[in-house]
Structures are given as C-alpha cells and as structure tokens.
Design a protein around this ligand. Structure first.
Ligand code: ATP
Ligand code: MG
Length: 751
C-alpha cells in the first residue's frame, strides 16, 4: 500500500470511515461477509502507513490459530510485513505477557503450561491424597468444574460458598484448591490460567498494566460476540485510558454461549466505552443473492436480535439446493457425487466444504469420498477411526478374534482403569516373554494373577473371562452383540458414563456411532444373504483405518463442524444433516436460548457459501447406534420455497407425509424426480443378552436368537443349550451370553 488511495480504493464508504477512524472506541457491528475482518486488517495497514502509528502499538486478537494466521496474511498482503505487531489468539497474547511478568505472581518466567492430560494427572493425585474414590469420581469431572470456575474467575472458596453448592460441590472445591496449590508449587499454569493470571497480573501490578496500556495504543478484537468474561476483562483493562479499541462482530453469529461466551459484551460495548463510534456494514460481498436471502430468512426468526438486513448487488445466482436422501449413506453419496460433478467443470476440490453439526457425521462422508477417490481433509476433530475410544473398542474386538494380539491387550489392559500401572504391565510382559506365551494367557492364569495386587488381578481375570467367552461364542453371535457385550461387560461404557463430562459424552456418542458402522456392515451382509463374520468385519475396519494422513496443502475438500467454520468462506458449501433433533439438536430444546443459538449456527453455516449452497438431510438416519425416521429441520421450513430447488420442503406432520415426498436423483443436476421408495424398516435394536440362565430353559422351549432367528431347544446342560434353528440347523450356545429370548405361546405361531 503506497498511498492513501491504494488502500481505500477497494473499500465502500462505510468501511472507509472505519478504516480512517483513528482514536476512540469503534464498534463495527455487521452481518456476515460484510467485510468486518477485511476492514480491520485494512485499518491496521492504514494506521501504520498513513497515521504514523508504530507496528509495536498494534494488538489484534481473535479466537483460533487459523483465524489469527489469516489475519496476519491479509495485513502482510497490504503492507509487506507484520513485524512488531501482535496479531494473535487471546491465549498466545496472554502467554507472551506472562512470560515477561509471571514472576510478579510468584511463578517464575519459565513456568510450564499444563495440557489437559497433565491436569488430569494432578487431579488424580489430589484425589488420592484426599481419599476420594476414583471409581466413583473421575478426574475429568473435577477438571470441567475447575475450568468453568476459572473462566468466570471464581476461586475455590467462592465456588464452595455458592448458594446451591451441595456436598459434591464442596468436595470439588476442595480438589480445586489442592489442584491450585500443586500447580503453583510446580510453577505451572493450565490454559484457563493464561487469561485468568494475566487479568490478575493487570489488577495487582499497576505498573505492568500501565506499560502494556502505553505500548498497545491500538487494540482490535475480531469475532467480539464470542468473548467470555475473562477475555472481556483483559481487553477492557488494556484499553482503559486511551480507549482506542476497535471491536468487530456480529450478534447473529454468537455461537459459543454454551462455552461461556457472553453476547452482552458486544451489545453493551457502547455503554462500556463512552463515545463509541458505531459503524454498520450492510453490504455483503461474499454470497450470491439467493444464498443471502435464504440465510436472512432463517436468522430473522430469532427474537433476541437487533434487526438488520444485508444486501448485495451480486446476481441472484443459483438457487439453494435441497436434497433429502433416503438415508445417511445416501446423503453422503449424494454430496460426493455433486463434488465430482462440479469438479468436472472448472472447480477444484479445495473450493468445497462440507459442514455438519457433530463430528460423528464425518464418518459417512469419509467413506463416500474415499469410494469416489475424492481427496478430503477433516478439520478439527479426528478422523473417525483415529479416535481413542474407537481404537480401544477395535482392540477389544481384535482380542475376541485373536487373543494372542499382545499389542491390543496392552492398549486396553488398563482401559477402563483397572489399577494396572506401567510397572505391573512391564512385569507381565517380561514373564510372558520368559514363558513364551501371549500376555493374554497370563491374565487367565490365576496363579500368576495372585502376584498382581488384589483388586487389579481380579479385574484382569474378569476381563479375560469375558473376552474368552465371547471368543468361544463368536460364531454364534452377531458382531453387534459381541460389541455390546464388550462395551457393557468390560465396564468401558460405565466408566465413561461416570465421568459425566462433555468430553466423555462425546466419546459415548462416538461409541454408539461405531455401532452404526457395525449395523451397516451386518445389513449389507444380510442383504446378500450372509452372516458377517467378525474377522471379515475387522479386515474392513483395518482398511478404513489405514488411510494415510493427508497433506494439509493438498487440493482437497474440507469437512468440519459448523462451529469451526466461523469466519471462513468457500465457493461451494454443503450443510448436511438438516433434521430436527440433529440440527437443531434435541438438547437445544432444553435450554431457553438453545434454538436461537442453533439458528445462529445455521446462519453462520449458510453465510460461508459464496456461489453454491447445498442443504441435505436423510429421511432415515442411523446415528449413535439407533436408526430413526427423521423430520426435516425447522430451519428449512423457514426458507422461502422460491429460493430453494430440489425436494419439496416439509410436507406436514406424521409419518405418512413421507409417502408423497420425492427424492431427487443425485447423479444429475436437473433432478429427475423418482418416487420415494418404500421406507426401510427401523433396524432391530440389539437383543444383546437377555439375562437367561440355564434354569430358564427346558427342552422343547421355543426361542428366538438375534442372529439365527427362531428355533427349538433340544437339550440344556449347565450353561449350554442345544437348539435346532428353523433356518440354520443345530447350534450349541452359551446361555449366559447368547442373545436368546424365550418365545411366548402366542408368538409361537410357527408351529
Ligand atoms: P464473517 O462475518 O463471516 O467473519 P466478515 O464480515 O469478516 O465475515 P470478510 O471475511 O472480511 O467478512 O469479507 C468477506 C468477503 O468479502 C471477502 O472475500 C472479502 O475479500 C470481500 N470484501 C470485503 N469488503 C469488500 C469490498 N469493499 N469490495 C469487494 N470485496 C470485499
Ligand atoms: Mg470475519
């Protein structure tokens, strides 16, 4: 940027006003794609090149590393370099400040930063010291309480004194306080501390605050609508005095209230900073007309919003395309087919983004993209088969298939926690080596287990029993029954449930989703008239899990949650899973502002699209291990039909409405409507083990087995029943684990 005009030329008059505004508070409150971030980066450039501001005087903060990186690039593009400026995330700005002054807080400048795994270890030790049962309470439970307190600046004492604090909270406060002592003694901070301690530093050490106030004479914050209390305090303290603070944001895009973001920070900005100049940007430069109109049609239904409407002089462009697939697999295939089709034209893979509400949805897309050979990247979140809990369950299933798989046993020997430490494991390994036996043989050997301290030895033996039994019966069990058996009987599921944290909950969701993978496999086999075997299934899983990590620079379709797409833009956007219960999610119906926050998220998603927006859903979805008919998302109903093409939208209530819904053919842009085929029946829930014992069965009983169907009991001996099945002939079954159900006389109409 060489002169005034170069920089300002590209801007509209309102943006220009914001860019040349030098001193005093400035609020840019504007809708999506109106150039807020661009205006901010232009302002930084202008301050430096035209207003004589030194780069050292600039502090610009945002939320994610990706967003901060992009901001730096945009400034660089304008003025060549960003040396001396602080264009950072909140966390990294605080870390830098603390590295200079943490000694004032008694930490030493070389304090370490603990990640969540370290935090859990500390909490675990505190629990041990206080004699808190680690079977009943999980470290993660305390961790989430501590983090929540720190975000709000609550001390352990304040937390314990809260009016509704029960004995459980008092115990948590106790742990919190012990945890703080350990961190302090170890000269360590956690992520939440970075903000909290910086604010404390500013409060206590006036000269430090003064120093930074003098240094950062121009402060900027992007996505201000998503700041939480500590981030707000941080900015407010720094800006006091000179008041040269410029924040940009959009109240319609506040999507982190569930994590403590306070929308009032932006709504009250004018009150907090007297003499604020407010600039509203109303022109959207990102999206074609129809996309923008559709996004507005959705967001305008929120009650708690300041009315505003964006305009564009771009052409209407293509209509928003809606596709209601038969099921979630079909939805993924449709999206992959569209990517392929559009890529035949002039588009690149990196022009496309697939956005979804929850990470578990990515699995179907991964499969469909892989099938078509479309390169993709999953942002944030892990690839499905990389997730710890999925890997753990795969290890258990491998052991059922092959108990000599030491690597798998090592992986899960202490998952869930059985009190097996590194040392015990090491000893067992040495012994196994010496005896030339697989590890698994050792944990079935009671003599050897006696050497392993009481409880731990017992639980190992129990686990070995479960695995051996399932292994003996594996040919008589459906894969999903084996999976259920492992999940429940090994205590894996229970241990997650007991943690009672968001993280554990999402792990449980992933595990239930894994059941959908198994159902799909079984269904495919059933359709081909076969029973899927465990070993074949494990092979297919292994193939999925071994796709190499993709190169981030590669020309690839990106997939991510709607939350992580904030601030980004793409030529073509797919928003998948447009169904009530998924998006908006059922949980949002429970909170008063829940639906409104989901609607803002929908608005964020839709406004990422520049030229093409696809909304998709599935009439039947298998998610978290359950198959259900779905209802089209309420957000679809809010969009004017004129802006949409594709399926008819929301045809009324009740199941029968599906009889007249038509589904588009996805290979073809000019949809040929084909009648919606007969709905697939809901897949049967797993029968698992029905709790029968040998006393419950007698020769002559009519029974139903989840894999083999109906049959007659011939003999019952101890735990083994011999049954002649109508379809597969005679089988010997272990009564306590077979998915057997006794049929009543009335159900007995086969004879
Ligand atoms: P979001 O709310 O999604 O964060 P935003 O308001 O920050 O959006 P930007 O990302 O800054 O919007 O800009 C959106 C797009 O519009 C970008 O591609 C940008 O280059 C373009 N743009 C912004 N201002 C102008 C302008 N005056 N003329 C042409 N293009 C513009
Ligand atoms: Mg932006």
């Amino acid at each position: 940027m060489n002169d005034d005009s170069d920089c300002l030329k590209q801007l509209n008059p309102e943006q220009r006003k914001a860019v040349v505004h030098k001193d005093g508070p400035l609020l840019i409150l504007a809708g999506a794609g109106s150039g807020k971030t661009s205006t901010m980066t232009h302002r930084i450039a202008y301050l430096i090149r035209q207003q004589g501001v030194s780069p050292h005087e600039i502090l610009a903060v945002t939320f994610t590393n990706k967003a901060a990186g992009e901001m730096r690039e945009r400034v660089e593009a304008l003025i060549g370099d960003t040396q001396g400026m602080w264009i950072l995330t909140f966390h990294s700005a605080c870390l830098r400040i603390l590295r200079m002054y943490a000694d004032r807080l008694g930490y030493g400048r070389d304090f370490v930063v603990y990640d969540p795994a370290d935090q859990k270890t500390v909490i675990k030790n505190c629990m041990k010291e206080k004699g808190i049962n680690d079977k009943k309470y999980q470290p993660a439970y305390f961790l989430s309480i501590i983090s929540d307190c720190k975000e709000k600046g609550k001390s352990p004492a304040e937390f314990a004194e809260e009016s509704n604090a029960g004995p459980r909270d008092k115990m948590a406060a106790d742990i919190y306080s012990a945890y703080e002592k350990v961190l302090k003694a170890n000269k360590a901070m956690d992520f939440d501390d970075l903000l909290l301690q910086t604010v404390r530093l500013f409060q206590q050490e006036k000269d430090v605050l003064q120093r930074f106030r003098q240094r950062f004479r121009y402060i900027m914050a992007d996505e201000y609508q998503d700041t939480n209390y500590m981030q707000y305090r941080f900015l407010r303290m720094l800006a006091e005095g000179h008041n040269n603070i410029c924040v940009v944001g959009d109240d319609d895009q506040c999507i982190y209230q569930w994590r403590g973001a306070d929308i009032n920070n932006i709504l009250d900005f004018e009150k907090d900073f007297k003499g604020t100049k407010v600039i509203k940007l109303e022109r959207n430069y990102r999206s074609d007309g129809n996309i923008l109109a559709a996004a507005h049609a959705v967001i305008k239904n929120n009650f708690g919003r300041k009315p505003k409407k964006l305009w564009t002089d771009k052409a209407e462009g293509e209509k928003v395309r809606y596709f209601r697939a038969e099921d979630d697999k079909d939805e993924a295939r449709y999206i992959a087919a569209q990517v392929d089709r559009l890529c035949n034209g002039s588009r690149q893979y990196s022009d496309f983004a697939v956005l979804y509400r929850t990470n578990v949805q990515s699995r179907q897309f991964e499969e469909a993209f892989r099938f078509r050979g479309i390169p993709y990247r999953v942002l944030g979140g892990y690839r499905y088969y990389d997730r710890k809990e999925v890997k753990d369950m795969v290890a258990y299933m491998r052991l059922v298939q092959n108990s000599a798989d030491d690597l798998s046993l090592e992986r899960i020997i202490n998952e869930p926690k059985r009190g097996i430490g590194e040392k015990t494991l090491e000893k067992l390994k040495v012994l196994a080596n010496f005896r030339k036996e697989p590890l698994f043989e050792l944990i079935r050997n009671t003599d050897i287990l006696e050497g392993v301290s009481g409880k731990a030895g017992e639980s190992l033996f129990e686990m070995a029993e479960i695995i051996s039994k399932l292994s003996e019966e594996k040919d008589n069990l459906r894969i999903s029954d084996i999976y259920d058996g492992l999940l429940v009987r090994t205590g894996y599921l229970k241990s997650l449930e007991e943690q009672n944290t968001v993280e554990a909950e999402s792990r449980i969701e992933n595990l239930l989703e894994f059941k959908s993978v198994i159902y799909d496999y079984e269904k495919e086999k059933e359709d081909a008239g076969e029973f899927g075997s465990l070993s074949e299934f494990m092979e297919s899983i292994a193939l999925m899990a071994e796709i190499d990590n993709l190169d981030p620079e590669e020309n690839a379709v990106v997939m991510m949650t709607l939350h992580s797409a904030k601030g980004l833009e793409f030529p073509v956007v797919f928003i998948a899973g447009m169904e009530d219960g998924l998006f908006p999610g059922w949980r949002s119906f429970e909170r008063s502002d829940g639906i409104e926050e989901e609607r803002r998220l929908c608005y964020v998603g839709m406004t990422r699209a520049k030229e093409r927006l696809f909304l998709t859903g599935a009439a039947v979805r298998t998610i978290y291990g359950k198959t259900d008919y779905t209802r089209e998302s309420m957000f679809l109903r809010e969009i004017d039909g004129k802006l949409l093409e594709g399926d008819a939208v929301f045809m009324g209530r009740g199941f029968d409405r599906y009889s007249h819904i038509k589904t588009g053919s996805y290979e073809d842009e000019n949809t040929i409507y084909r009648p919606f085929e007969q709905m697939r029946p809901t897949r049967r829930e797993s029968a698992a083990n029905s709790g029968l014992s040998s006393e419950d069965l007698a020769p002559g009983d009519r029974v139903e087995h989840s894999k083999f169907g109906a049959g007659n009991v011939i003999t019952v001996e101890k735990n083994t029943a011999t049954v002649i099945f109508d379809s597969v002939g005679t089988k010997k079954l272990a009564i306590d684990i077979a998915p057997l159900r006794k049929l009543q006389e009335t159900e007995n109409n086969g004879r």
